[in-house]
Design a protein around this ligand. Sequence first.
Ligand SMILES: Nc1ncnc2c1ncn2[C@@H]1O[C@H](COP(=O)(O)OP(=O)(O)OP(=O)(O)O)[C@@H](O)[C@H]1O
Length: 528
Amino acid sequence: MTYLADRLVKTFPGVRALDGATLRLQPGSVHALLGENGAGKSTLIKIMTGVLRPDGGRILVPRDDAGAHGKEPGPATDLVKGPSDTDAGLHEVRFSGPQDAQRAGIGVVHQERNLIPAFSVAENIALQSTPRRRGLVDRAAMRELARGCLDRLGVRLDVDRPVSALSVAQMQLVEIAKALATDSRVLLLDEPTASLTAEETEHLFGVVRRLRDEGRAVVLVSHKLEEVFAVADTVTVLRDGRSVAEAHPLADYTQEEIVNLMVGRAHAARRLDKAPVAPGTAPALRLDGVATALGHRDVSLSVRPGEILGLYGLVGAGRSELARAVLGLHPVTAGTVQVHGRPTRITSVGQALHRHRIGYVSENRKEEGVFLQQPLTRNVAVTVWNRLSRAGLIRDRDERDLLTTYQERLGIRLSGPAQLAGQLSGGNQQKISLAKWLAADCDILIIDEPTVGIDVRTKAAFHELIVHLASDGLAILLISSDLPEMVTLADRVLVMRDYRLTGEVANDTHDYDSTSRAIGHLLHAAAV
Ligand SMILES: Nc1ncnc2c1ncn2[C@@H]1O[C@H](COP(=O)(O)OP(=O)(O)OP(=O)(O)O)[C@@H](O)[C@H]1O
């Protein structure tokens, strides 16, 4: 019961996103779809789920599944012949929209949730398959259907709760249950663990294994290779829109070999050397006994020029909210914030940058970080307009030079400087947002979850950049849920739980085992 995306081609203006990519899925397996930012993963998924139509290539589904849906593409003689013997019994389909793909048994869980927040869990799960009686919604049957789907996943959840009251991890499980309600044989999970904690990730993978054992094909798109190796059976690697490994057993590869396949050449991780902060250096940013309307209590910390201070905690611990309170986006109700020794009350991100030289790379880049309808040049230059403008005018060439600098440093995949930011792949949009702040003339940089959705090679380049910036004298407050990232970069790590700091871990040796153990201890100790 193979599903096959066969030699797909898709071109956007100036970019060949897919150039003959093939994805072959077998039932009862977890399949990793890997590749650098811009390699074509999302485009492939969009074609398989009927959102985009390919310019070339074919989608083949098992004959049973093909009968009820999708448009038959041509005379019967075209249909059955597959590229190999094992594809006999497959049927080519052309999806004219997502519903066709759904009817062909292909379901997807996107990074951007597709749930209706005001609807209950049951209403969301049954959205595409609402049971009706005499034309009216049969609410009892709808609840039953939802409970059945959640049970099959081993998930306990009140089906009458509104989705808006759920955690991110629970919403994800509801989306998977929704895909089960339409009996998806193939389930595509696009970076499902990006905002999950380690425990939630483990639980999700338990669900994924269950789906596999039921005979479904689960596709996992992820940049977190440790996780991929923990759960996937087979792998397809895309590079520049082509498959360079095709439905291969993952066990045949090491992580390093997979990275080399993605990158196209040997990729060696470099050791990062950062200058230590001179003793006696005065803090650039200092908080004393800060409380906020959101619930922070007695938060004191300081970051010195040349230092990277890590702020670690589980999702929901209050780390991003603290950063936003410092920047005036939430009210500070007690305590003091000092910038270079002067008590300060910042009222906006703009004021933070222009008056206090504090840059803020938001976690929420889609909404806050990138102007999707603006060209890339404008996006990167937005923080430095004051510097670039001569008599109120900004020269295109200056903007272009700036973009070129960061395009090279971060390996941003773009078709030209005039391209709109909204046309980049997710990871490349992320890089644009980072570039904008790296270009800004800041003394203090607050960076929130910088590398979510960013591929391995860029992550390493980005880490190098952060270390350079700190070595050049920037004070950096780094918020990250990525523990290896924290251990690699931070000089010290503060642990936050329930809007309070629970302790500090020195990270002088950057030794993963000892630092992560100490951090885990603080997280746990605070829970008691
Ligand atoms: N609507 C669009 N218009 C123009 N170009 C596009 C569009 N969508 C994608 N592209 C381009 O196609 C290429 C592949 O993008 P795609 O989103 O499939 O990559 P990806 O592998 O999913 O990357 P990421 O890991 O960053 O999510 C990129 O170069 C991207 O800029």
